[in-house]
Write a protein that binds this ligand. Structure first.
Ligand SMILES: Cc1cc2nc3c(=O)[nH]c(=O)nc-3n(C[C@H](O)[C@H](O)[C@H](O)COP(=O)(O)O)c2cc1C
Length: 366
């Protein structure tokens, strides 16, 4: 039986050689939004990981939309120039298609890097004002955001559109909107963070309205065959929060807005909302969303073993799998998965002699 995980998938006009995706991972290492040698090295390595698609970390559409002082941006010519060098480098030396996650941190902006404490920036740490659907902080000790008015909403929507145009110019193969993890657009959808009483709040239809407007505006600005996806939340893991039923409704609406796939993640809408850590914890919701919406579905979360990943695809529970920490631990995860599943995977010629067909040592690896 040929491997399902290593079969190609077509998203809009883009054919991706296998179903393995490097999940977006913030590196908190940019200088005022501008990528540098760290990104060149980190992404250059992951472009040769065996994954069919490598999605860049949350890349912010405005300066105040960054999570931390170190987050990547795509809001200036300097940001765009650095991303162009990084993407050209990855494409020249690597085998993966390149995607980018466009994001706005909303009420979780202006915070410390994880290794500095991951809390809201203090008064001496150059904090900045934050915005959100409602003036509710993420948790105790967090900044109280300003509730967005119509002008803010139009500006941020246009920032997403401008950033998508920059991403096309940079040479990305796919674009993904960050609608999860408690950041701005997720905080519009969740009833725990959106308490608006205008047409952008209330029912699920009202709460989805702004993210759908952003998604529609980005879709309209992109070339027709360019894949556009979104990472959404499968569940908020909190009473009164979003559920799998809401995720399926949202996925249907995103499909209607012209999106090509959704990625199912979960959690982080408030400081106390944490995802579980059991293997493939998002898979049951991904399967439901796929069945009920008909859009292509990627799933992430504690998918570490190649046989586990193969089963998710072969059993039709999702169309793609994404791994984050697994790729930090083993930047050649895709090569090792191919070996275990008896599949072929692209490698750079310089490393061809480490392929299992040429190197008996590969069979000795534990
Ligand atoms: C270092 C690190 C940075 C992350 N940054 C992002 C990010 O920029 N955007 C995002 O959607 N998720 C981000 N995540 C979440 C991962 O993409 C992924 O959803 C999560 O780690 C669960 O997958 P895993 O079990 O394979 O690690 C990050 C995770 C890690 C470990």
């Amino acid at each position: 039986m040929p491997s399902a995980l290593f079969s190609p998938i077509k998203l809009a006009d883009l054919t991706i050689p296998n179903r393995i995706v490097v999940s977006p991972m913030c590196q908190y290492s940019a200088n005022d939004g501008v990528g540098n040698d760290w990104h060149m090295t980190h992404l250059g390595m992951l472009a040769n990981s065996g994954a069919g698609l490598l999605v860049l970390e949350a890349t912010h559409v405005e300066r105040h939309g960054r999570i931390t002082h170190g987050c990547l941006g795509i809001y200036s010519d300097d940001c765009e120039g650095a991303l162009r060098r990084i993407v050209l480098h990855c494409k020249r030396i690597g085998t993966a298609k390149m995607g980018i996650q466009l994001a706005h941190a909303g009420r979780k902006a202006s915070s410390q890097r994880p290794w500095e404490g991951a809390k809201a920036l203090g008064p001496k740490e150059d904090p900045w004002p934050t915005i959100a659907p409602s003036a509710l902080p993420f948790g105790p000790g967090w900044h109280t955001p300003r509730a967005m008015n119509e002008e803010d909403m139009a500006r941020v929507r246009d920032d997403f559109v401008d950033s998508a145009k920059r991403a096309v110019r940079v040479g990305f193969d796919a674009i993904e909107l960050h609608l999860a993890h408690g950041y701005l657009l997720h905080s519009f959808v969740s009833p725990l963070s959106n308490k608006r009483n205008d047409e952008y709040g209330g029912s699920l239809a009202g709460r989805m309205r702004y993210p759908l407007e952003v998604a529609g505006a980005v879709r309209a600005a992109l070339p027709a065959g360019m894949p556009l996806g979104a990472r959404i939340t499968g569940t908020d893991w909190l009473d009164g929060g979003l559920t799998g039923d809401d995720a399926a409704e949202f996925a249907k609406a995103l499909k209607q807005a012209g999106l090509d796939y959704v990625d199912i993640s979960s959690g982080n809408i408030t400081y106390e909302s944490r995802a579980p850590s059991d293997p493939g914890y998002n898979v049951p919701i991904a399967e439901k969303v796929r069945r009920e919406s008909g859009i292509a579905v990627r799933v992430v979360g504690m998918i570490e073993n190649p046989k586990q990943a193969e089963a998710i695809i072969a059993e039709g529970r999702a169309d793609m799998v994404a791994l984050a920490r697994g790729f930090l631990d083993d930047p050649h995860w895709g090569w090792h998965a191919a070996q275990m599943l008896g599949a072929d995977v692209a490698r750079p010629v310089q490393y061809a002699r480490a392929a299992p067909t040429l190197w008996p040592g590969a069979a000795l690896r534990g």
